[in-house]
Design a protein around this ligand. Sequence first.
Ligand code: NDP
Length: 400
Amino acid sequence: MAKALVIGAGGVAGVTVHKIVQNHEVFDELCIASRTVSKCEALKAELDGKGTTITTAQVDADNVDELIALIEKVQPDIVINLALPYQDLTIMDACLATKTHYLDTANYEPEDTAKFEYKWQWEYREKFEQAGITAILGSGFDPGVTGVFSAYAQKHYFDEINYIDILDCNAGDHGYPFATNFNPEINIREVSANGSYWEEGQWIETKPMEIKKVYDFPEVGPKDMYLLHHEELESLALNIKGIKRIRFFMTFGESYLTHLRSLENVGMTSIEPIMYEGKEIIPLQFLKAVLPDPASLGPRTKGKTNIGCIYRGKKDGKEVNYYVYNVCDHEECYREVGSQAVSYTTGVPAMIGAMLVVQGLWQKPGVYNVEEMNPDPFMDALNVWGLPWKEDFAPVLVSE
Ligand code: NDP
């Protein structure tokens, strides 16, 4: 029996807490804490009486002392960080101070520089080792399941993996001309940044959306997809043996891109502060305030996501191609937990990673990316908790 403290009460956290309550045989107690406590209370009201004892709390996760006081009061077995990437380090500091295990779904990013990388969190390795606690980084879908898929491929099907293409397809339609499926600020920062991929030991940088391919996704059909930088490229390049190249592609529709270009052209996606009526505002944060809340897309979104990885490498001297992917249906997710598939595919792996930590299966003092842990129990749990995966040993490859 374990107690989880979830920080954040947005789209992803909503799914994770539903899954924690479904898994009440492992998680008998849960505290949901966030900046806006009414969102935590709404989740509690929905899930009370379903097997897990739930409490709520207000916390500013930018404030380490507040976090320490909360963790000391709640005494959780693990802190699941589902706030924003900006809070990763303060929450890790509070976990260190209280010797509590930590898990998140996105790597740290300073609020004033749109540059996400693992270096800040990897600097905590020794401190977590010395404190005897585990930090699991990036236990969402991508990063998260894509890392677990990679560890599984490496363990079972390859002696060396030379090429990885990660393909993230969202064919959902929410009916709005423009909206983002998760936090708009984080999403727009990600897609308006330069792209990059890892090849022969170095990063090759591209302009935003410079490389476009078309891929015929199983159960979805052909979609345009664009090469982006994505955080798991950095850790997989180090943790998977024999890597020559890793790329990440995400699908975008024409309408999304046209809107994004217009917003960029008028300066609305900038993170540089401007003065507006005597007050300093950040255009991207203002844009977030006028866009639909991702949580409101759930009831409107139809269609499927397909996220997976194509591997090319060698086993016993022979060439092997392997594609492993999950297909998730937006409407089914909504019926089950009241969220669309983008939050669902992130929230479920967060619960699974936390479960494996509290069960001791993924406990190892230090700071780890998911692919450094045994993938087998995670792969089994994906099938049990709503993200079943499929394999194809003769996939169509992404064109060069
Ligand atoms: P939301 O914006 O919907 O939710 C974020 C939540 O964090 C809100 O409840 C917000 O509170 C809370 N929060 C923000 N700042 C603070 C703070 N200082 N103190 C306390 N609480 C705070 O985001 P999502 O649920 O869409 O995303 C959550 C995380 O998941 C993000 O880090 C995102 O990058 C990551 N993610 C990972 C994916 C993956 O596959 N690995 C995919 C999608 C998302 P308030 O309500 O007051 O704003």
